[in-house]
Every structure is written in C-alpha cells, then in structure tokens.
Design a protein around this ligand. Structure first.
Ligand code: KG4
Ligand code: ZN
Length: 373
C-alpha cells in the first residue's frame, strides 16, 4: 500500500448525504482532508421521521454537489492559487488524478437511500477504473474515533454502537474483524429517544430534545420521583430491549393525562427518567462485557454517543473500573452519520488487502457486520 493514499468516501444510508476525502499522516494513520454532510433533518422534521421515498429523492439532488464539495475542500490536486472559484472541472481533475480508492457504505440502511451513494461510487469506480471498497455502516461508526489522530485501537477492542437504527456490542480482536456479542431485540436506542420525543410533542430528531429537557430537569432537581424499567438488564446476555421502556413511558403519560395535561415539568421529568433508564441499561451491559472480554479499548459510537449523560456515565464507570481500559468516544461532529468514518474504516481494510472491483460489490439493506458484500 503506497504511503500517501487518498480515499474518497461516500455515505447515504439514511438521511444524511455525505462525502469525505481521507489521506494518511506522516505516522501512517488516517487523516480527514475534508468531510461534508448534507442533512435532511429539516425535511423530515415536517413528518416527525424519515420518509424513505423523500430521503432518496433528497440524496439524488445532493449527491453530486456533496462529492464535488468534498473533493474541492480536500485541497488535493494541482490547482494553481488564484485560479478562480473551483468547480466541477477541478473536482473531476482531483478524482481522476489524485484519488486512489473509493469507499462506500453498502448497508445496512434504507435501500433507496443506500443505492444513491452506492451507485455514485460504483459509477466513479467503473468510469475511472478505480478500486472500490464497500463498508458496513456500523463499522464506519466503530472506526469514527480513529478519525482523530491521537486515538488508537489496542486489541481486543469492545464497541458499543448506539444509533437510530442500531444498538450493538461488538468485539474486535484485530482490525476489521468483528464478533457481535449483543444487539437489540426490538427498537434501537436512538429510535426509542425519537419515539419518546414524538410522544411528548418534541421536535425531530428526538435524541437531542429529550437530552435537553432531561438536563433542565436535573439542573433543578436531585432525582426523579419515579423510575422507568430497565428491560432485560439481568437476563445474562449482552442484548438490549427498548420497546418495553418506550411502552412504560407511554403508560406513564396516559396515567398523568387521566388527571391533567402534561406540564413542562412533567415532560422534563419523563425525559430525565427515560434517559436515566436508557443510559443505565447501555452502560451496565457494556461494563459487564468489559468484565467478560477484558478489552484494552472501549469505543462508544453512533448518533446516540452524542448524548452528554451517556458519555459522562460511561466515563465514570470506566474510571472506577479495576482494569486499565482506554475509552474512545468520537467528537460530537463524528457521532452522527458522516463519510469520514467510512473512509477511516477503509483505511484499515486496505491494510488487510481488502479491495474490490465495481463488478464485485453489492448493496444490501440488511448487511451484517463482518460479511464482505
Ligand atoms: O448514527 P445516526 O446519525 O444515524 C443512524 O445510523 O441511525 O443516529 C441518529 C440517532 C437518532 O435517533 C437521534 O435521535 C440520536 O441518534 N441522537 C441522540 C442525540 N443526538 C442524536 N440521542 C440521544 N441524545 C443525543 N444527544
Ligand atoms: Zn449511523
């Protein structure tokens, strides 16, 4: 593998159209040269959730401008200073002459969304005869902390990935080798945050809104006057379940509404109790997995990893844990969906010689981590 590689990465599995260029630093690690994300949040806020057909159409409109922007912002290329505003011609020059590999999310996700980024990547690989490397969206999240130069994986690595579509505990004994040790039996953690927010009439996406109200409650009160259940906390597995918790929130809301309308304080307290229960289940199961698998590195990643409470409680538990373990959490801008994490994952696939041609790659909305598409 040559030292100064450049990877163009593309991600469109849900409601973010993203592209990034990843290079290598002098120590041979990945470095983000550019990362551009076009979010469809405003579009989906109107419906309180992602409408797949609307998402694919928005990806179609955004994909070429976003790839162009990522290429231009990367600063790669032979463009002379003061040569005017860069445009598609400059992007194509970078693509043709400086990009070595195309990285793309091949699943899991919404098929109509995935196909937009996937076919864009495949078309580039085909027309410019470039190698292409398909990536599982979850492995992108797992690799997101390594977009920060100081962070390194020391194996074994245990990862807790919490997003709108996934909740999983995965063990890596080496780069890009995955063993799933637990997952959700029903809703994903982020999905539960989104549903609770919808139930309380809060905005979309729900996670940040629930988190905001929960901190408002905690700034005024020591603790909540009630607790929500911690589903399957003591079932002896590393699995999760959030649908019972969501139903408990609904039941609580219905009980209050028998007497009166929900006040702002009720909503804040519900958010705090819900966040406490979710964070408790996630961190307790993760720490039990730490006890069993004795990882040297623990990764918290995915959209829900932006949650302040989750970050804090996990850090506290790791700090008070007997074994020496390095906790890696991506910066907030790398928690949500982005293409930089996809490019970083590919950086490590390349070290293992995992490269494909456009004829070989497939897109799969149910792609499992560890299976090569
Ligand atoms: O990783 P992501 O951007 O997309 C998927 O792969 O699903 O995750 C999005 C999820 C949404 O459910 C959103 O509500 C949640 O991450 N989220 C949060 C926070 N910020 C985003 N959940 C809890 N607290 C937050 N601060
Ligand atoms: Zn994601």
């Amino acid at each position: 593998m040559k030292k100064d590689i450049k990877i163009l990465a593309i991600e469109s599995s849900c409601d973010e159209t993203a592209a990034a260029v990843i290079g290598a630093d002098e120590k041979g690690g990945p470095v983000i040269l550019s990362s551009v994300v076009s979010s469809q949040v405003d579009l989906h806020a109107k419906t309180g959730g992602v409408v797949p057909e609307v998402a694919s159409r928005a990806h179609m409109e955004a994909i070429v401008p976003i790839i162009t922007e990522a290429l231009i912002q990367s600063g790669v290329g032979s463009r002379e200073q003061g040569a005017g505003v860069p445009d598609y011609t400059d992007a194509i020059e970078i693509l043709q002459n400086h990009i070595d590999y195309i990285a793309v999310t091949a699943g899991p996700g919404l098929i109509g969304s995935l196909l937009v980024g996937f076919n864009a990547a495949k078309t580039i690989a085909y027309s410019l005869d470039k190698p292409i490397i398909p990536v599982n969206h979850i492995e992108g999240h797992i690799y997101s902390p390594l977009a920060t130069t100081e962070n390194k994986f020391e194996f074994p690595v245990l990862t807790l990935t919490v997003s709108g579509g996934h909740t999983s505990l995965t063990l890596l004994r080496d780069h890009v080798e995955y063993e799933t040790i637990g997952g959700t039996k029903d809703d994903a953690a982020g999905e539960a945050f989104d549903k609770v927010a919808k139930l309380l009439g809060l905005g979309y996406p729900g996670g940040p809104e629930v988190s905001k109200l929960a901190s408002e409650f905690r700034s005024k009160n020591e603790k909540t006057s009630f607790l929500f259940p911690r589903p399957i906390l003591n079932d002896g597995t590393f699995n999760f379940s959030f649908s019972g918790l969501k139903t408990a929130v609904l039941q609580h809301v219905l009980n209050v509404k028998k007497e009166r309308e929900l006040t702002e304080n009720d909503k804040e307290e519900i958010c705090a109790a819900f966040e406490d229960a979710s964070v408790d289940v996630l961190t307790t199961k993760a720490m039990r997995a730490v006890e069993k698998y004795k990882p040297k590195t623990l990764v918290l990643a995915g959209g829900v990893a932006a949650n302040k409470r989750l970050r804090e409680i996990l850090k506290q538990k790791v700090d008070s844990c007997e074994s020496q373990i390095n906790l890696l959490i991506p910066s907030i801008d790398l928690c949500g969906d982005n293409a930089a994490m996809i490019g970083v994952a590919v950086f490590y696939h390349l070290q293992k010689g995992n490269v494909s041609t456009w004829q070989e790659v497939k897109c799969d909305s149910n792609l499992e981590i560890g299976s090569r598409s």
